[in-house]
Design a protein around this ligand. Structure first.
Ligand code: ZN
Length: 173
């Protein structure tokens, strides 16, 4: 299958795999096993050269995501239970892609700034203000935790325009 990326443990699920639509459960206790899996998730993101990867994209249905805008492993971020606690009224549209929807891109409107609360891999809960691409990336990955794909958020005309590409991937769902 085109666009499939695998590591020893996981492969990135691609549209129209129904497991991408399952909402994920919060991390209740940050165990060594959870940490190990979260690191493996970040590794897979780097292998796939993605800027973000959410746990349900590998069929692990917990609220964990990895983000790395630079592609340098030292810049990798891993968070659990992220939630948006504030979002700006100001929005902007920008092109998005997704490792789970290979070969498809489209502009999505998202808030310009957000404030999020999330837990790091030491179990500490912090709040951050994010803007621009980083905010967009978080929101895209957080969508995955709710079973939402960026293609769901495209405008009506664009949804029609990508129909054949989705068919080639095996859709519609
Ligand atoms: Zn995605």
């Amino acid at each position: 299958m085109t666009g499939t990326t695998t590591s020893d443990e996981w492969e990135i699920l691609t549209y129209p795999d129904k497991r991408l639509r399952i909402p994920s459960e919060p991390v209740v206790e940050l165990t060594d096993d959870t940490r190990k899996k979260a690191l493996a998730l970040a590794d897979l993101m780097h292998i796939a050269r993605g800027i973000g990867l959410a746990a349900p994209q590998v069929g692990w249905h917990v609220r964990v995501l990895a983000i790395n805008l630079s592609g340098q492993p030292r810049d990798g971020l891993i968070f659990a239970n992220p939630e948006v606690i504030r979002r700006s009224k100001a929005t902007f549209a920008a092109k998005e892609m997704c490792l789970s929807v290979p070969g498809v891109d489209g502009k999505v409107v998202r808030p310009r700034e957000i404030r999020i609360r999330c837990m790091n891999m030491d179990g500490e809960v912090n709040e951050f203000n994010l803007d621009g691409l980083l905010a967009r990336c978080f929101l895209h990955e957080m969508d995955h935790l709710d079973g939402v794909l960026f293609i769901d958020r495209l405008g009506a005309a664009k949804k029609i325009a990508i129909r054949n590409k989705l068919k080639r991937l095996g859709g519609p769902e």
